[in-house]
Ligand binder design. Sequence first.
Ligand SMILES: [Zn+2]
Length: 79
Amino acid sequence: MHMIETALEVAAVILLAVLGWAVFVLFKPYRECRWCRNRRRGRRCWRCKGTRLTQRLGAKQVHKVKLSLLQARDEGRYQ
Ligand SMILES: [Zn+2]
């Protein structure tokens, strides 16, 4: 029984961490490009394509989930 409880606790912590990260990425999806920081100026960066901003880990996925949630909400409202 103790093993199952521990596993559930670990799962809850991971879930909370993922949710926390998702909320963080939702509000701050971009970060300063770390490929630009350590390179000479003048040449276009392959990572950020000169914008000096890159998306955080999972920003695309979080954005996709947000869109599908918004769509689901709108479909529920107009039915
Ligand atoms: Zn860059």
